[in-house]
Design a protein around this ligand. Structure first.
Ligand code: IPE
Ligand code: IPE
Ligand code: MG
Length: 253
């Protein structure tokens, strides 16, 4: 049986505080450019905002936070920016994991990690192992992640594990193989930086997620900005295909 209800097969529980928030942290480069700073200064500031976001989630009782840190398409950036982003990732793991652990945060990195240098891969494994027993907040960093990659790796694993059911696979068969199988589908998706697109983030998992786009650049996305996104989420009527009237009717006996 699946661990969580699925938005297309069941009616997931709807709480006033989103259980799972997924974020595309965009706008670091523009934030730096506005200040006549190199792009990397925006990424450095961006890491600080990740710290603030984690704190906000712990305070608000949000159980899952998934952050898009590096997409499978971000390798197309200039080589020196890619190198600096990798160095920042290493530094963040070296400096932050102890504090995350102390605060009961479980860290996972989702994506195709095979393309990262061995040292980074080892740091990721260590951080995941060290925090594996924590449950106050499940923090997932999507790195070298792509929604299409995720679906395809899941299909390939399913093909290997259940070849006898080929041609009759269901959504429920695929879901345990997806990178985010350990979390419910996101309730709230936030993209900062003004672009209104998914950029190959969680394609499968966002099927019924509420979207919030803001022009605020990621390095400016503080707790007050996050609260605006939560307030917007709280105004939404999550119908999952039903009519508005059905939501207020008592459930069938
Ligand atoms: C998001 O900020 C961070 C990463 C993609 C790593 P950007 O670097 O995309 O910032 P903009 O969009 O150029 O402002
Ligand atoms: C998406 O940001 C990925 C991350 C935030 C890590 P980009 O800034 O790379 O997205 P596009 O390519 O402009 O859509
Ligand atoms: Mg961008």
């Amino acid at each position: 049986m699946a661990l969580f209800s699925s938005s297309t097969r069941d009616l997931p529980p709807v709480a006033s505080v989103p259980q799972h928030v997924a974020v595309i942290m965009d706008g670091n480069g523009r934030w730096a450019k506005k200040r006549f700073l190199p792009r990397v200064a925006g990424h450095v500031k961006g890491v600080e905002l990740v710290r603030e976001m984690v704190r906000s989630c712990l305070e608000r009782g949000i159980r899952y936070l998934t952050l898009f840190a590096f997409s499978s398409e971000n390798w197309r950036r200039p080589q020196d920016e890619v190198t600096l982003l990798m160095q920042l990732f290493v530094k963040a793991l070296e400096q932050e994991v102890e504090k995350l652990d102390r605060n009961g945060v479980r860290l996972r990195v989702v994506g195709d990690l095979s393309r990262f240098e061995p040292r980074l891969q080892a740091l990721i494994r260590e951080a995941e192992a060290r925090t594996a027993g924590n449950s106050a907040l499940e923090l997932s960093i999507a790195a070298n992640y792509g929604g299409r990659w995720d679906i395809m790796q899941a299909v390939n694993r399913l093909a290997t594990s259940a070849p006898e059911k080929l041609g009759a696979w269901t959504e429920a068969d695929l879901e345990p193989h997806l990178a985010m199988h350990f979390a419910p589908e996101p309730d709230l998706f936030i993209r900062t930086g003004g672009e209104e697109r998914i950029s190959n983030f969680l394609l499968w998992q966002l099927a019924y997620t509420e979207f919030f786009f803001t022009p605020t650049l990621w390095p400016d996305f503080n707790a007050a900005e996050f609260d605006k996104a939560i307030a917007s989420y709280q105004q939404r009527e999550r119908r999952f295909g039903r009519t508005s009237e059905q939501l207020t009717e008592p459930p069938d006996a």
